[in-house]
Design a protein around this ligand. Structure first.
Ligand SMILES: [Zn+2]
Length: 97
């Protein structure tokens, strides 16, 4: 048992979750979710080839590859989200609503 952050996944678990996410990308569920081509965060229309799959709760913070934790995001949001702290990201979303 790791004790420094009880929510965090270990490397093997993260790898398994990423594998799951990759498999989700090939499902009808994901096709339907991305059919509208709308970014979950900024609401912008995105070209299908630019849609990325994002974890609402990042794996690094104990999130899992579950349907309710996977959302379509544009590359812009995905890149910005990764470089921000959760609080900064919330502020960013507030401004772009
Ligand atoms: Zn976006």
């Amino acid at each position: 048992m790791e004790f420094f952050d009880f929510d965090a996944l270990d490397d093997a678990e993260k790898r398994a979750e990423r594998d799951k996410a990759r498999k989700f990308r090939k499902t009808r569920w994901w096709q339907q979710k991305t059919a509208s081509g709308i970014c979950y965060y900024c609401g912008m229309k995105i070209a299908y080839c630019n849609i990325t799959m994002d974890h609402l709760v990042p794996l690094a913070r104990g999130g899992r590859s579950k349907k309710n934790n996977l959302v379509p995001a544009c590359k812009d949001c995905n890149t910005k989200k990764k470089s921000m702290l959760p609080l900064e990201w919330e502020e960013y979303l507030e401004k772009h609503k």
